[in-house]
Design a protein around this ligand. Sequence first.
Ligand SMILES: Cc1cc2nc3c(=O)[nH]c(=O)nc-3n(C[C@H](O)[C@H](O)[C@H](O)COP(=O)(O)O)c2cc1C
Ligand code: SF4
Length: 433
Amino acid sequence: MTTLTVTQNFGKGAKDIAVYRKLGGYSTIGQKLFDLSQFEMIDLVQRSGLRGRGGAGFPTGMKWSFVPRGGKPVYLVVNADEGEPGTFKDHVLMQEDPHRLIEGMILCGWALGVRTAYIYVRGEFLPAIETLNAAIKQAYEAGFLGENIQGSGYSLDIYVHRGAGAYICGEETALINSLEGFKGQPRLKPPFPAVSGAWASPTCVNNVETLMALPWIFENGAEAYAAMGTPKSTGTKVFSVSGDVKRPGVYEVPLGTPLMELLESDKYCQGVVGKLKGVIPGGSSSPVLTVEEAAKATMDYEALAALKTMLGSGAVVVFNETRSVVGMLASLTRFYAHESCGQCTPCREGTGYADRILKTVVAGKGRDGDLENMLSLADNFSYTTICPLASADAGPIQNFIGKYRAEFDAVVARNPEHADERVTPAFRPGAFW
Ligand SMILES: Cc1cc2nc3c(=O)[nH]c(=O)nc-3n(C[C@H](O)[C@H](O)[C@H](O)COP(=O)(O)O)c2cc1C
Ligand code: SF4
């Protein structure tokens, strides 16, 4: 039976603190924790092998070890922006089990000496925001938040901060700018937030799911967590599965689980609807897998990297033979062009240009050379910008066109004049504006 480390309370009414405590919740907040030094706590998380579940997969304990102490106040900021297309696990986690997040924040707060923490939530997630606020109130009343938690001398305040629905505010430095009241635009790194983040103070930014794994690790031990998954991708991961499967949803499985088991098993998605054409394994920024690649993929950081894609936020988007990959790429490209914050020229101009080319292709006005133009643009705007948003658009462009080239060529060929006019689309008057 799969051990669940973050979703075990789903469907049990755990948003009420009384139920959560009956299920064993907040049992980690006591003498055993407060007897541990901050370094012992960081060491525990390092030994568990836990890696950030927000997308980059950076080792959590290592990130914590970068946070300087003894100087400026240290902030903890929970990244609950969840804007990556296909990702919908975090708001479900917060709605089903908000106290587990609070408990995880207390554990992290103790490890890093945090006095004030924020949960930055995507503005549209109103039910999750209400649930969190109600849970925080209960936690204060029960003495798990505020001054002198459980008589330990440790104090922690948590505030919920509503974002305004910009995808880029999920990027940690844009999120910090937005939290501070500035425009949500990424900052150049270094300095990294762990050293200089919110209000120029050390700031630990962690994803909701990352922090929610901590109570289980603390209770059951780092070794028990590291024993799950694969040697380098330890523990479990929560996947948001959508698209052409019989039972889309949020599923927690050990890392290293075969992708097809997640899609076919009766416990999870119960099978693909129609004939499989491809799978996006880790959110819209992760390169697509063909049917052959999907058949051999296992859901862990290393195996997906070997297939030149990534686990990302764990958003699995499944599509069958009835879907147009040209249409899918057009909608992704539109998304990235719309969400570009505009401060880097390659991203602002490049994503918009790619979007305009693809729109003309989809409208049946594609020309020979359009796809080469898209590929050349993607080459030029990846890894030349402040944050990875532009590369997140380039990856799908390169992969969708590379892996489904014949379908793209067929759509271009629908324009009877496609080969007649060999000029760059950008210079065709009236083509894009
Ligand atoms: C454009 C962009 C959007 C992102 N959106 C999110 C998000 O919605 N949630 C999240 O946890 N991380 C997101 N990230 C990753 C964060 O910058 C950061 O790495 C993460 O919150 C760190 O937490 P973790 O170590 O627990 O994963 C995004 C990154 C980029 C570049
Ligand atoms: S890459 Fe795009 S989204 Fe990121 S900072 Fe530059 S303009 Fe903004």
